[in-house]
Ligand binder design. Structure first.
Ligand code: IDP
Ligand code: MG
Length: 140
């Protein structure tokens, strides 16, 4: 399995409850390295662009508003099979369906306020990393 990179967001529900460190501990315990990280407040334009793939879904408007409702932590994670590995560590989209020990099972408030984002493919990871990070901000 090759070393790869994935893109992560710690969402506003988690930063509001001061859970950044607990989420990062789960990431690091899973063998993933945080090689870029910044805390920002997303603008509506940034959130709408990031989630453009979901623009026809009924939850799109609410999701974009939620993502702008407080600080988020943007991250790039590196490790063996990082895309799939982080999806495992995150757990299912709906915390009610998430496996024990996953970030979403332990921390998520709802299907929308589910504490973290993680890329769903290596190709999307590339696009998402480039959307938020300059090369010089990534220190592997
Ligand atoms: P994922 O984050 O597990 O990849 P996606 O289907 O890509 O899930 O959805 C993106 C985000 O949209 C979710 O993480 C969640 O915040 C929100 N979302 C997904 N489905 C619903 C829903 O049915 N109601 C409200 N929000 C949703
Ligand atoms: Mg997704």
């Amino acid at each position: 399995m090759a070393v790869e990179r994935t893109f992560s967001i710690i969402k506003p529900d988690a930063t509001r409850r001061n859970l950044t460190g607990k989420v990062n501990a789960k990431i690091e315990e899973a063998g993933l390295r945080i090689i870029a990280q910044k805390r920002v407040r997303l603008t509506p334009i940034q959130a709408e662009g990031f989630y453009a793939v979901h623009r026809e879904r009924p939850f799109y408007k609410d999701l974009c508003a939620f993502m702008c409702s407080g600080p988020v932590v943007l991250q790039i994670l590196e490790g063996e099979n990082a895309v799939a590995r982080y999806r495992e560590v995150m757990g299912a989209t709906n915390p009610a369906n998430a496996a024990p020990g996953t970030i979403r099972k332990e921390f998520a408030e709802s299907i929308e306020a589910n504490s973290v984002h993680g890329s769903d493919s290596a190709e999307n990871a590339e696009t998402e990393m480039a959307y938020f990070f300059e090369d010089r901000e990534i220190v592997g």
